[in-house]
Ligand binder design. Sequence first.
Ligand code: NAI
Ligand code: MG
Length: 491
Amino acid sequence: MSIAEAPKQTAPEIKQTQCFIGGEWVDAASGETFETMNPATEEIIANVAAGDAEDIDRAAKAARKAFDSGPWSKMDARDRGRLMYKLADLFEDNFDELAALETLDNGKPISDSRNADLPLVIDCLRYYAGWADKIEGKTIPIRGNYMCYTRSEPVGVAGQIIPWNFPMLMAAWKWGPALAAGCTIVMKPAEQTPLTCLRMADLAQEAGFPDGVINIVPGYGPTAGAAVVDNPLIDKVAFTGSTEVGKMIMKNAAQSLKRVTLELGGKSPNLIFADADLEQAAQGAFIGLYLNQGQCCVACSRIFVEDDIHDQMVDKLVGMSKERKVGDPFDPSTEQGPQIDKTQFDKILGYIESGKSEGATCLTGGGRQGDRGYYIQPTVFTDVKDDMKIAREEIFGPVMQIMKFSDIDEVVKRGNTTEYGLAASVFTRDVAKAHKAAATLKAGTVWVNCYDVFDAAAPFGGFKQSGLGRELGEAALSNYIESKTVTMSLD
Ligand code: NAI
Ligand code: MG
């Protein structure tokens, strides 16, 4: 559906605010709740159960039971897949409500929720539903009179901790491969955006997932999140969020040697060569940076432009930034909503100040928009030097850094000078240049003449401090599988 056709939507009814444990909706054991807010208005939307270690433990016990002895462990793989297809259908049946709920809790434009997030969620579940009965082992010709084969077994109970920038999509990326592999789940959504995840669990119950297969415990990171990592009944932790917390999780998971996969931050370079299709390159850089209010782990927050076209590209990007429609996320024509919360808002404004004080030139934006809601103006910095804070640290906001370069070897080297390695992009019409850059950029994803092209079938993840392991595609299944070797004497 095009943006123009999308109906004007308003806030939906809030159906679930409790923990979902063992197929039941329950308050947190402590009785505590926390507030989730609408970042467009700064108004409280709902009070949500604030789970902590005790609730995580109840959820882990329910997940353990469903895995070890419940119907999930006995279900045919193909029937697991059928449940996943059914759930995807239910997401489609409740499309308007889910999209509106995401926009309400997160602040992202309704056109994004409808045209990007939710279609990708549905696609992801269907993609992995198809995998459920295609996870195979091997027979291996070992020496001697033996039969040797491997079994691909589910790793067990998967603890999954997700962030607030793409709440439904991050849940789908984690549920898909875990359920296909036959794992059960204890998920902790982000405290900023718990509502869609809870509603997704509600729909999973309606689809017929057995009790305990999917458990959701909303709550804070240092309490509920940390308890996922510490709980002995959980076999594996999958985390998406900040590099700082990712490191802590890996360290704590070492206590029990839980399997760990991490999808962390980025400072992705975008290389625009003078021979690029300039319109395509400007569009790519624009979307690559501003999508989701700049709250993307892959945001191209370092844009290197070849000197011959630098001024022209800056003019284009500044012009487009001035035109970007910032406002009410429920207005179907809105392109940019508010940042997620006051913490992020203040952090981003701090980066803008640091850019100004370190001597970068702010050509447009540079401050708050309006006086209600966490809106920040689309902001463009030029004259950015590689050692400035805004060129080194993840800003996670609508703040664009543009730098000049003159040579491919130089720019690849500068592009790689970062502790991160999540994504990178190249805009050029020269095939050899594109391949050379794609091969030498140290990033888990390289886009050529495009940006932010995601597909459930294409693996995604980080080099260096951007993460560990891959999500999506066949690759993500291995995060949820233990390989067992069986050797049988034929004598
Ligand atoms: P965060 O890493 O603190 O939060 C992500 C998730 O981890 C949330 O569910 C949170 O409750 C949980 N968490 C926090 N502390 C934890 C702990 N000690 N143990 C277990 N779980 C814990 O990220 P935050 O504070 O929301 O954002 C900070 C920065 O992180 C952002 O400015 C951005 O740079 C980056 N970020 C990156 C994301 C990505 O997609 N890679 C997503 C969100 C944030
Ligand atoms: Mg935090």
